[in-house]
Design a protein around this ligand. Sequence first.
Ligand code: NAD
Ligand code: DAU
Length: 340
Amino acid sequence: MDGNVFEPRNIIVTGGCGFIGSNFVHYVVNNHPDVHVTVLDKLTYAGNPENIAGLDPGRVELVVGDICDAALVDRLVCRADAVVHYAAESHNDNSIADPAPFVRTNVEGTFTLIEACRRHGVRYHHVSTDEVYGDLALDDPARFTEETPYRPSSPYSSTKAASDMLVRAWVRTYGLAATISNCSNNYGPYQHVEKFIPRQVTNILDGRRPKLYGDGRNVRDWINTDDHSSAVWAILTRGRIGETYLVGADGERSNIDVLRAILRAMGRDEDDFDWVRDRPGHDRRYAIDPTKLRRELGWEPTHTDFASGLEQTIAWYRDHESWWRPAKEATEKKYATQGQ
Ligand code: NAD
Ligand code: DAU
């Protein structure tokens, strides 16, 4: 914050029962003992209170509710120092099948939160995605920077782009004390089985064949979710108000390479998977240039060995079948109706 360090004591983490939000809650509990966390989560199909179960109830409180509920949001925000906003409808394929909840939660929900932060003068950090920048060609040497023009492709990414724009306008017009981060693809524990890595790992554990979209050459820029958490903490406490920071860890890999790495790590033949229908409008490649975050805030990722991160993630799913089992059947049924 303009050279100063912001030291929050009471933070609200929206979406703290989802994948990245819950990993952030664990990160805060483990690394910042003076901070109390209020998780505000609606517990949609993607939210699971088990993700934060067992944490000291004196440090972490769960409020089950909707970020679009203005009265509830106001009651919580008025006694907080900061809001870290993760809650979202987050899955591209779902947004193609039914975009309505994406517009409501991602746009109206963000509006509700920033209005409350404006009213009460509360610091706000907005967690967003690299997908707002659209995609890059496979042979393009460029990576996304904070100056790349917005060009979202999917209903999901367009609602995230809209929410980023609301935050930028609230900073300029009302002086909202806000920062924005746009991160690349996260991997790690507690990720829903609808997403690429957990879907393939649990398919293999379940005796099903992994499913690869299109030609499998699409590239994603993978980052361990713990490194995303440390980046968000750095931006929340030391980032400059009104600024956007891109978060990435130089992890570009094609989907087919990631899938083959999973198959190898799980002792299966590299070609033991099915090619399935491509995602409509499928973004080709994402790639983040994190220079600003590194130079300005001195942030560095610590989990840079993707192979060992992937092995730990596979081991987590192997050891936590009771966590993913309840969602698996319905998820695969939905994919089957989409030819995926
Ligand atoms: P997720 O789908 O795993 O979790 C979303 C959480 O938000 C769930 O706990 C859900 O119950 C909650 N939620 C949904 N609607 C809500 C509402 N109306 N009110 C309150 N809570 C609600 O998502 P994720 O993958 O953990 O992503 C979290 C955030 O990070 C999102 O904003 C996403 O855009 C962003 N992001 C994700 C990635 C990624 O790789 N997954 C990368 C960059 C940015
Ligand atoms: O880049 C950040 C984004 O990463 C986040 O904003 C999103 O919330 C998050 O879901 C993720 O979006 P992707 O669409 O990149 O992630 P997903 O896990 O759905 O898919 C990753 C890649 O794998 C993508 O190219 C599609 C492909 N895929 C996906 C599934 C589920 C497959 O080939 N097979 C599959 O079964």
